[in-house]
Design a protein around this ligand. Structure first.
Ligand SMILES: Nc1nc2c(ncn2[C@@H]2O[C@H](COP(=O)(O)OP(=O)(O)O)[C@@H](O)[C@H]2O)c(=O)[nH]1
Ligand SMILES: [Mg+2]
Length: 368
């Protein structure tokens, strides 16, 4: 069979996590309309059955990553480190570009000799689009120079890898087919991609082609994960993420970026219970008392809505009833605290658990 790791990278909000979920057929990663929703690298495992004479059996391990943006806070730096980690151990890289380009690349449409990479003009990639007034206006509002720098930054990451790189154009349900060709033309001048594949994760368009092309380049190998496992995330972390997703949906302004969720208690249902109930207590961290007030809302109304939304999603993940208790803690400037940011990462939490238990031979062998 074939098997391998496939890193999914791109600017924030291009649809990386949506693609991961569509490919696995599970809610592996949370998705919102807000940028920087994903903070950790997230594995989604896809089993491909063999098709006689056409395709060998394969296990594809997709690695979803935080959106590539210039880091400001310690949290941002941690997120970028996650992208680097994903790029280190992979057999293929998918670079996602949103065809609506609100969050994608700005491209210079004048020819660039192959191999020279993006055209540097002054502060970065110069935007000279033929897409008309509207695009120009959008770019000015968001600061064209900045966006270009970010694009250059994304490409600099890709240029360092020595495995095949596919360009995946996302959200093609949002534009006309004839708008696609000039974009493909411009992007393939920036980098020599092994494949260019347009998809719509929302409409499941192009996913079969994508998977087929991926399997073609994967090396021969064994499964990295058991056949029925679709992610490496512990349930507790997925629960924390679902709570964070509800916060992102329920709150605006700076609150989503300053929120972190830690599951403090997770009590599984009694074995063989008739109507199983999981009890969960979680802390929502924010940076300021003003944010805490927004998270809680008038008479606790916001927190209640957040909790109800999250509870439904957790119930469908766990397939039990759920009792969910949320409370809000102010941790001033946690995004700048390296120790706090490291502690949020479940991979670190598990490592610490293992260390703690090393001295206790009677410890539970199931990290929870
Ligand atoms: N129309 C459309 N919207 C999409 C598609 N894929 C993702 N989106 C939307 O784009 C936004 C960002 O998606 P997300 O997967 O969180 O992006 P990420 O930051 O790259 O992981 C969400 O509002 C998604 O619903 C698609 O194929 N079509
Ligand atoms: Mg994401």
């Amino acid at each position: 069979m074939r098997s391998g790791f496939v890193a999914i990278i791109g600017r924030p909000n291009v649809g990386k996590s949506t693609l991961l979920n569509a490919l696995t057929g599970e809610k592996v990663a949370i998705v919102t309309a807000k940028p920087q929703t994903t903070r950790n690298r997230i594995l989604g495992v896809v089993e491909i059955p063999a098709r006689k004479g056409q395709q060998p059996a394969a296990q594809i391990v997709f690695v979803d990553t935080p959106g590539v943006h210039k880091p400001g806070t310690q949290l941002d730096r941690r997120m970028l480190q996650e992208v680097h980690n994903a790029l280190e151990s992979r057999d293929l890289v998918l670079v996602l570009v949103d065809v609506t380009r609100k969050s994608g690349l700005n491209v210079d449409r004048s020819p660039v000799p192959k191999g020279e990479g993006p055209r540097a003009t002054g502060a970065g990639l110069e935007t000279r689009t033929t897409a008309g007034q509207e695009t120009g206006a959008t770019l000015r509002r968001s600061g064209a120079t900045n966006v270009s720098n970010e694009d250059e930054f994304l490409f600099s990451l890709v240029r360092k890898v020595d495995c095949p790189v596919f360009l995946v154009l996302t959200k093609i349900d949002l534009i006309r087919k004839d708008e696609l060709l000039p974009l493909i033309d411009a992007l393939t001048r920036q980098y020599s991609f092994a494949q260019v594949i347009p998809v719509s994760a929302r409409k499941r368009d192009g996913l079969d082609v994508l998977v087929r092309k991926i399997v073609e380049v994967l090396p021969q190998g064994q499964r990295y994960f058991p056949k029925d496992q679709y992610t490496d995330q512990p349930v507790r972390f997925m629960v924390a993420e679902l709570i964070r997703e509800s916060i992102l949906i329920e709150t605006g302004e700076e609150v989503p970026y300053a929120a972190a969720v830690v599951v403090e208690e997770f009590e599984e249902p009694e074995p063989k219970a008739m109507n199983p109930l999981t009890r969960i207590m979680a802390a929502i961290y924010c940076e300021r008392t003003g944010q805490k007030a927004i998270l809680i809302g008038k008479g606790g109304s916001k927190l209640k809505e957040t909790g109800t939304g999250a509870r439904r999603k957790i119930e469908s993940l766990l397939d039990t009833r759920v009792y969910l208790e949320l409370h809000v803690i102010v941790e001033p400037g946690w995004r700048e605290s390296r120790a706090f940011v490291e502690r949020l990462d479940w991979r670190n939490q598990i490592e610490k658990l293992a260390e703690d238990q090393a001295g206790e031979p009677t410890g539970d062998d199931e990290p929870s």
